[in-house]
Design a protein around this ligand. Sequence first.
Ligand code: EPZ
Length: 430
Amino acid sequence: MEKYIIKGGKKLSGEVVISGAKNAVVAILPAVILSDEPCVIENIPGISDVSITLQIMSEMGAKIRMINKTSVEIDPRGIMNVPIPYEKAKRMRATTYFLGTLLGRFHSAHVSMPGGCNLGDRPIDQHLKCFAALGTKCELDGGMIHLSADRLVGNQIFFDKNSVGATINGIMAAVKAEGLTIIENAAKEPHVVDLANCLNSMGADIIGAGTDVIKIRGVRSLHGTTYSVIPDQIEAGTFMAVAAATKSDIIIRNVIPKHLEPITNKLIKIGVQVEQFDDYVRVIGGENYVGTSIKTHPHPGFPTDMQPQISTVLTCASGTSMITESIFDNRFRYVDELRRMGANISVEGRVAVIEGVEKLKGAPVRATDLRAGAALIIAALGAEGTSEIYDIYHIERGYENMEIKLRDLGADIKKVDEPDIPETETKQAI
Ligand code: EPZ
């Protein structure tokens, strides 16, 4: 079982380059299935969610050729509409995107209910509502979702809940439907815009992505493209939090500052210095931070995927901070681990109240999901003493070369592999 060992308390320095956006690429790669020609996707991150997605597509019959470490050519013409079973779907949430893309191309899809982070209830009722509005019959049988449609016909859809996944699936199902589809209360995240831009580069006719009304006029076919994925706003925000927690001065390259605005504004309010340039930011951590209140919201609000990371910075800010998680009903599972490091946090439902402490202390902790794992790395880097972080596979799902990037900034971090110890012993150990 692999773990990180981190010796905290060191100031970092230098530059880090942000990789392509995980939540954009896990939508853009399956979207290639809608094309009648090969596509080249560039700036893809080397993370396990990408390798799982490419493996699924290859097993369906796509021809996959890695052009280099960050570019892949995908020829979707040989793809067969085979079911995606649970053992594949349970490994990541984004397998839901195969519903929209296979439905859009084949007018049917058979995908197991998704897996992914354990953040509480994650239904897909809005996805199914969208598919049904386009003329699809949706059936759930033995954990498998079966979609079928004689024809896909454009319609007007109003999402009862603002959903990134349902918006993305709706766009992919509608791009080749007959006529006009209007999606209202659409998600506005940068990765939704990135998918729409990629599909438009393949000949789709999508307008309004990034606003809450997206109009998709169906086209008969989509052609090939060469498309570069946007930089990962959450990876960039995570490294901004690293700079804050370690009171370091670091340059974070390959970012779109506009995408970071909600994160930048909160860090500045806490007492972190952020200088913005065209495609990079400089983050200068301060000696003293002040507590604040943060409520997560769909974009352009403060992103839920940065909630664990900013909360960790606030554990050592003076005064009281209040974190309200308005997107997921269980995104504070990392709090128990931070308490092991001396954080003073109380959680009531979707609200965490943080009383600032002087410093965290290193301890053995366990990553409970992707962003919780990132938060524990931030805590360990800023803490006094040594920490061990277990279950780092969560982190490697969404962060490319995390320990190498941190080591290049001067962090004392190493990844070690040790024999699995029985669950009960592990529980006792940490
Ligand atoms: C995407 O998940 C991201 N994952 C998540 O990032 C991110 O936290 C989330 O959007 C919110 O920004 C990917 O893009 C692969 P939602 P998704 O549908 O699409 C409820 C990370 O750390 N809902 O916007 O699953 C849902 O339960 C991951 O990178 C319904 O009720 O999120 C949640 O409470 C974690 N019915 C809220 O809406 C539905 O049909 C937002 O979910 C769909 C969602």
